[in-house]
Ligand binder design. Structure first.
Ligand SMILES: [Fe+2]
Length: 552
């Protein structure tokens, strides 16, 4: 039985994890502990997440049994990258640890991380696709009860990538590649596909009939198309911005339809699909695939992008050791850092310095009103329309806040989107998403299958007509879709009970749930960050499992 630390291998989305005797006990992204978005803080050694592993599990690189990583470009390249940082010297890892250093391919980590957390029994296709992950932008594995066979790889050298295309288009909107792709997805429902642009995109890249997306010189051709659109003001005019997003989505879905049709025809007995890689951060694409008749169930790994690679690598090693034999079903993804009362006091008494601000809550905060935690009190605050920040238990693994580092608001007001964007200084284009009590999910949403993946908020569903006007703050205003977090009580009893108390007051078993952060920052992990949001007027209340904080 082993302790396996998973390390990042890539220049962005750094994070680590720990698997002990086949059980995932820790997984967190470094950005949630540095307070600086990964995209603005690349090529860092995961010092802070390794500190948590040391402190809470008395395990470090020296004492663990294996260090697993997604294979970098080459080991030397990776070491050179980390050597220039506050990292262990090159010889420490390459020499001291080389006997326990295990590397797996980028897309194997994506695919295994997803398949072995899918809970899926029997025949499963594990499919990965991203912008580019070390010579490949996607792989296909046939899996059955823990056995996995690679049957296809899409090589970067001669293939295009839908995720790569999406990233380049995100830049043309003036947004940040690898961070803001979701904002383009948020525009999709507001636009209509344009035939001429669709035709232009089809000249850049296309489905080749062999499970790959191709297009000789696609990057240059796409640049020409995007430059032409820019000159014609397509990225300035609001309707044209939405129309381009709708065209891009339609073309991507049409390519994937052809690809998954072929995949189904090749392997008709495989009716379960686990997905991973940055493309599947696109919740509308996930909804599209879920609606295909080819699959009875789909699953998207909670950290579908490169933040999931460390766990994918550690899982791959645990599988090789036969300490994980079959797909696990995750009860939850609260796998990060939590705070005891003492740690809360320590954190809010210390000075914390970030690139854009410095704070010492004990010194800087205006007088705070502190009340004892009470579920009914929090529920009544939701019902009154307050904006509430939650810092409960352990931080979520992955890009979604699922109640422990969330901001929650009642879902009943049409102007909440505008209000939250103003208060949080955000520019969200996607509708805010809801947390819904599991027992009521079918009543509110059309979700006949793949509900397990919705426990991690990775897929959209259509909202039932009779609910659209009752919960407008969490439903897309045009296409009436929503991206629910389906919440079982056993996953998070305290969060469940807050929503259930709100249900008793309002008749609504659902609240708006967005991540605890303001514009440009990662999901906030620390108490002082939540209290800063309160001090800055972003929140009305901060709640932990012991207390309720507000400004006097
Ligand atoms: Fe990747």
């Amino acid at each position: 039985m082993s302790k396996i630390i998973g390390l990042p291998s890539h220049f962005h989305d750094t994070g680590t994890c720990l698997i002990i005797d086949g059980e995932i006990v820790f997984a967190e992204e470094e950005e949630k502990l540095t307070g600086i978005k990964s995209i603005y803080n690349q090529e860092i050694w995961p010092t802070k997440t390794l500190e948590v592993i040391k402190k809470e599990f008395d395990t470090d690189l020296e004492s663990c049994d294996y260090i697993a990583q997604a294979r970098p470009y080459t080991l030397d390249q990776r070491m050179r990258k980390f050597q220039s940082m506050s990292a262990p010297p090159e010889e420490t890892i390459t020499n001291s640890f080389k006997n326990k250093l295990k590397s797996f391919s980028h897309h194997r980590c994506h695919a295994m991380g997803s398949y072995f957390t899918s809970g899926m029994e029997g025949k499963v296709i594990a499919f990965s696709h991203d912008g580019a992950g070390v010579r490949s932008s996607g792989k296909v594995y046939l899996c059955e009860d823990g056995r996995t066979d690679l049957v296809h790889s899409q090589w970067v050298g001669d293939c295009a990538s839908i995720a790569g295309v999406w990233g380049r288009c995100t830049k043309s909107y003036g947004w940040v590649q690898l961070k803001d792709e979701g904002k383009v997805v948020g525009l999709v429902g507001h636009g209509k596909p344009n035939d001429i642009i669709y035709e232009l995109l089809s000249k850049c890249f296309y489905y080749d009939g062999n499970l790959s997306i191709r297009g000789a010189g696609w990057e240059g051709k796409l640049s020409l198309v995007l430059d032409h659109l820019k000159e014609n003001h397509w990225f300035k005019d609001p309707q044209k911005r939405a129309d381009f997003a709708a065209t891009l989505q339609k073309y991507a879905e049409d390519l994937l339809y052809k690809l998954f049709t072929d995949l189904h025809n090749l392997y008709p007995d495989y009716r379960k699909l686990s997905l991973s890689g940055g493309l599947f951060a696109n919740v509308k694409i996930n909804q599209f695939i879920n609606n295909l008749n080819y699959f009875d169930e789909i699953f998207i790994h909670p950290a579908m992008g490169d933040a999931g690679l460390a766990l994918g690598a550690a899982i791959s090693q645990a599988v090789e050791l036969k300490e994980i034999k079959k797909p696990l079903k995750l009860d939850h993804v609260y796998l990060g850092k939590s705070f005891t009362e003492e740690e809360w006091t320590e954190d809010t008494s210390a000075t914390h310095t970030y690139p854009d601000y410095s704070i010492n809550v004990a010194n800087d905060a205006p007088p705070l009103k502190v009340e004892k935690f009470d579920t009914k009190k929090v529920a009544s605050l939701i019902n009154e329309g307050h904006i509430i920040g939650l810092v409960i238990g352990k931080t979520e693994y992955g890009p979604r806040a699922l109640g422990n580092r969330s901001i929650i608001v009642r879902p009943t007001d049409t102007k909440t989107h505008q209000k939250l964007n103003q208060r949080l200084h955000r520019t969200e284009t996607m509708p805010f998403a809801p947390s819904v009590l599991a027992e009521y999910a079918d009543e509110i949403f059309e979700c006949p299958k793949s509900k397990y993946t919705a426990e991690f908020m990775t897929i959209c569903y259509d909202t039932r007509d009779e609910w659209v006007d009752r919960i407008p703050a969490v439903v897309h205003p045009i296409d009436k879709s929503a991206r629910p977090h389906i919440l079982k009580r056993e996953a998070n009893p305290l969060y469940y009970d807050i929503i259930d108390e709100y249900r008793k007051i309002s008749g609504l078993p659902i609240v708006l749930n967005t991540s605890l952060n303001s514009h440009g920052h990662p999901i906030n992990n620390y108490p002082h960050q939540a209290l800063k949001l309160l001090m800055d007027g972003c929140l009305d209340f901060v709640v932990n499992e012991r207390k309720i904080y507000s400004l006097k």
